[in-house]
Structure formats: structure tokens, C-alpha cells
Design a binder for this molecule. Sequence first.
Ligand SMILES: Cc1cc2nc3c(=O)[nH]c(=O)nc-3n(C[C@H](O)[C@H](O)[C@H](O)COP(=O)(O)O)c2cc1C
Length: 399
Amino acid sequence: MNKIALGVASSISIYKAADIIRLFQKEDLAVRVIMTEKATRFIQPDFFTALSGEETIVNLFDRRQRPIEHIALADEISLLLIAPATANIIAKLASGLADDFLSTFYLAVKSPVLIAPAMNEAMFLHPQTQANIKKLRDNGVEFVEPEAGYLACGQTGGGRLASPEKIVQTSLRLIRRQPVFKDKLIVVTAGPTRESLDPVRFLSNRSSGKMGYELARQAYQLGAEVVLIKGPVELEPPTGVKVETVVSSEEMRQAVFKYYDQASVVIMSAAVSDFRFRQTSLKKIRKEKLTLNLELERTPDILEELGHLKRGQLLVGFAAETADLKTRASDKMKRKKLDLIVANDVSREDIGFGRDENEVYLFWPDGRERLIGKTSKRKVSQEILTEIGAMLNERKGNN
Ligand SMILES: Cc1cc2nc3c(=O)[nH]c(=O)nc-3n(C[C@H](O)[C@H](O)[C@H](O)COP(=O)(O)O)c2cc1C
């Protein structure tokens, strides 16, 4: 099912529901909006009808809807999200009151329910509101915690609606989570590393980190616990993912090993520098003192080390090649004891480094291979994680 029911109550943050709809649509999910009667005091239902492309529902007894719309719609959705949720709608749902479409619909829904509260801090912290939230949580309802910040009442404090991005990412996790990823730690590395010569000069590469960020985002949506270890890139970190920022290859190595024992899967998509300067300086080296032959040394091969110390972890490597893709990637996979290698041709201008699209080959140790044709890095990540899910399931079956 590719439909979300979005309940919208009469909070001043109601305008953010428009962004929520747009973000769902970007994920190919249709949205059916349900407004409380009082929410229509702020925004006309036609606004949401135009945005969502479907008639907004307000009243239980509406001749334009199917005769028992609240039951019919309940069977068509994969999630009921209420954002923004007022103190009032939370109280109504907690007590099982069903006196309008949204509260009646809630009782008919069998899919997951996610609530994003938005209200003044005192209203949110009121023991009655907290008790209502607890009751709903005990009944299996999930919440997106409100954030601290400027509130429409002129005060600063907790109670502000979480960001549309966070609400949608949390929703996607509820829709897409798979049992095989539950309680599994997935470590993803992303971006380049930077090897300093002195405080102002360094050796690095063109990795943008986009592929690793997408992999982390998708792993979170599938229900895993995710740690993203990233080199110096300035992308917005994905919701729900623990981020560790590192600079050099040695820092990346230490960060990966910090999590290695607990990890079920390690995806090394970072472009770790192969070389670093043999001699470095804590002070800027004066131009006149710089020799023209700077000496380099190899950095530790993190992937190879991980391969040799593997104790049941599923190890996924990346190979960026400009020629002989299959031979070189397969060699690397065997040498480093990987369970899967993702290879891409970085000589192509239209894919790979810095681009939003990629085309990759997957190679397995048993000789199996698969091409994921040119598509967005988001879709490529989804496909890679589907394969990882299948491998985890296979392992479970073998144990
Ligand atoms: C301008 C204005 C802004 C409001 N913002 C909020 C809000 O952010 N959160 C909230 O819980 N109530 C807010 N209220 C109060 C609710 O609108 C009120 O409790 C209403 O009865 C809730 O009805 P509903 O849950 O059916 O939409 C606001 C009221 C007004 C007049």
C-alpha cells in the first residue's frame, strides 16, 4: 500500500503539513488529508486537496465520500500520521473518544500510528498531556518528539513541531522496517579522508559522501541502528542516524573499530586516502622550507584489517575503478575477505563522484554478479540494502 493518511489538527504549525505532503510525494507515496473541524479555521480544506490531489476529509457525514469512509480508508493506508497533533486530539485519542472523522478513523486503523505533537511548552509538559501520551505509547502508538525553539506564542521552549524531514523519515521507517534489520547495528563510512601536511595543507580526494549518506538513510528506514562515520563533507545528516565525524584515515580506522564488535554489517563506502605524508607539522611550513619532493607513505588498509578480524560481521566494500572493473573488484573482494563488493566506474562523468546518480556492479564471492543500472543514489542504496537484507536472512536460515 502506498498511501498515508495525514491527520491535521488546529495548531499554528499547520502550515508545515504542506512540506510533509511534498516530502511523501517525493517518495512516491500518496497522501490523504484529514482535518479537524477547528483546523479549517486556519487553512481551507481546498488547500490540502490541491496539494495532495485527493479530496480532504473533515466531516464524518460527507456525501462526497464513500458511505463508510472511515472504515474503507483504514484498509487502504500503510500509516496514519497526525502532524501537527494538538493537546486536544492527543487527549481524545487517549480516551477513545470518537466524535469527529479523525478520532473515529483512529479507532478503525490497523496500520501503525505516528503522532507529532505541537503545542506550547506548558501544554506539552502538563501532567495530563504527558499521561495521555504515555497511554497512547502503551497502546503501540509512536511519537516524534517535539523540538525546542521559537514558539508561535512568542516564547522559546519545547513543544515545537519536529521538522517535516524528521517526521517523514520516522514515518518511512515505520512503513519500510523489516524484521531482519531489527536490533542490528549497521556501520556506514562516507566521504573522503583528509591527510594533513600542516594546519593548512592536506591530501584528499573527490568523494562527496552522497552514496554513504543514502546508504545510512535507507538502513535507518529498514529498521536498523545506524552509525555513520563520515569524513569532511557538509551534507545534512540523515534523521535517526548516529554521526561520527573524522578527518584522517587513522581517525576513521579508530572510529570503525570502536563499533566493529557490535556491528552486524559494515559498509565501507568512504574513499579512504591510500597515502599520507611521511612527515607532518603542527605549524604551517613556510614556502621556502617546503621541498618539492614530499614523501608519502601508505595508510593502513582498514577494509583488509576488518576482513581479517571478521567474526560474523557482513563486510561490504566499494571499488572505484577506471578500468578492468570486474577483475579488479573481484580481486579486492577476495584479498580483503569481503561478503559483497560494490564497484563503479569513476572515469564516467555522468555517475559516481559528486553526482546524484550512480551505476554499479555488485559482485559476490560465489561468482554471482548483478548490475544496478544508472539511477539515483537513493535507489542504488535501496537495492544494495535489499541484497544485504537477503544475505542476513540467508545467514539466519543457515544458523
Ligand atoms: C492561534 C491558535 C493557535 C493554537 N495552536 C495550538 C497548538 O499549537 N497546539 C495545541 O495543542 N493547541 C493549539 N491551539 C488550541 C487548539 O486550537 C484548541 O485546543 C482546539 O480545541 C483543538 O482542536 P482540534 O484538536 O480538534 O484541532 C491554538 C489555538 C489558537 C487560537
